[in-house]
Design a protein around this ligand. Sequence first.
Ligand SMILES: [Zn+2]
Length: 219
Amino acid sequence: MPARPGVPELFDISPLVSRRIGVFPGDTPFSRDELMWIASGDPLDLSRISTTVHVGAHADAPSHYRLGGAAIHERPLELYFGDCQVIDAAVGRGQRIRPADLAAAVEAPRVLLRTGTFPDPDRWNQDFASLSAELVAFLHDRGVRLVGIDTPSIDLQPDKALESHNAVADRDMAVLEGLALAAVPPGRYTLAAFPLKLEGADAAPVRAVLIRNAGSDVD
Ligand SMILES: [Zn+2]
């Protein structure tokens, strides 16, 4: 849609959540059961869902990777809203992103990394790229408080040591995983990606949106 002056442009960076969406091997897939149907004479349509809290675009809570860490309902909303930068990462499948792989200088306190290594959320590929502990420290040193990625995890799928999750936990940074960034040009935006307020949960789905103010010099 062409930008109109003064009208914010919205980029939806959440994949569609359906029965088809992939989840980590062994995790609970998404399903939705319809309990009442208007079409069959019920007064309402009514359904329930069953899913991992790590489905689609989601925010990890510190309690996901650290004993005694904060649950998702305890995280400050400010982490998930505000000045944000989408940066291309020149990294191959199955590789960790190093600082030298970033295509732009870090300028915002929220950074979303576009790797293109998990192109179809409905077709799980195990060899997606991830962050590295080195990159997490590099971003934190530049004032970054939230880091997001267009893959299911900030660590490689085979990694049981979770080096990036630990690096994030040590610095109390926020994490977004499972973002859909293919259609978003690199640059500066306002991010809005609030997690659902699930008491005690280790993560929560987000509806992640990037907002670009038409007519501003941000691009
Ligand atoms: Zn997660």
